[in-house]
Design a protein around this ligand. Structure first.
Ligand code: FNR
Length: 183
């Protein structure tokens, strides 16, 4: 059994990226345990808070979920051609204290996907994650690519991903990532 933790970088209830994660969970094969996490409750990083109180509870919980996973799938929106602040902020918190980076990130398989209503499907924010993930020394999976553009046209009235072609690509992506993790 491969345990994949998917993290959505959007707090919106009707987020296209969270919808992508829900679909990934649904489309995972029986030998993949796919869990979805969001960033609700993660405060802004503040070095004074860290020094005084240590990690906030929501940060500590998410950090241990990452550490307990076999691989992490970041589902990233794109804001102004970059990584949304809430998502980068959360990963910055998870990288504290720095002595924990090898346990939480180092050598752990990571992959990135994303959805946007625009035409480029988060290509720039996905690329913007690369130097961050390199700094954290993760084992980045570059064997698959999923850029979900025009995301609003691929969902039903409930906000679930229904487009058959995108669901197929997503299922293939998750299967490929699981294969990479096992190898
Ligand atoms: C956006 N959006 C956006 N989309 C994109 O493809 N490229 C971009 O550079 C931006 N920039 C941007 C900046 C800001 C501040 C916002 C709020 C939005 C649109 C964005 O893709 C859209 O809001 C998505 O719906 C966000 O993802 P979720 O919340 O649906 O997961």
């Amino acid at each position: 059994m491969v345990r994949i933790l998917g993290i959505s970088g959007s707090l919106r209830a009707r987020s296209f990226n969270t919808a992508l994660l829900r679909a990934a969970q649904e489309l995972s094969s029986d030998d993949v345990q796919f869990e979805a996490a969001t960033l609700h409750g993660i405060p802004l990083y503040d070095g004074d808070v860290e020094q005084r109180d240590g990690l906030p509870a929501a940060v500590a919980v998410l950090k241990e979920r990452v550490a307990a996973s076999d691989g992490v799938l970041l589902c990233t929106p794109e804001y102004n051609n970059g990584i949304p602040g809430v998502f980068k902020n959360a990963i910055d918190w998870l990288s504290r204290p720095a002595e924990d980076i090898p346990r939480v990130f180092g050598d752990r398989p990571f992959a990135v996907i994303g959805a946007s209503p625009g035409g480029f499907g988060t290509v720039l924010s996905q690329n913007a994650w690369l130097p961050v993930l390199r700094t954290l020394r993760v084992r980045y999976w570059s064997g698959g690519r999923l850029l979900v553009s025009r995301a609003h046209t691929l969902m039903d009235a409930e906000g679930d991903l229904t487009d058959p072609a995108t669901r197929k690509l997503l299922a293939e992506f998750v299967a490929g990532f699981a294969h990479f993790i096992r190898a």
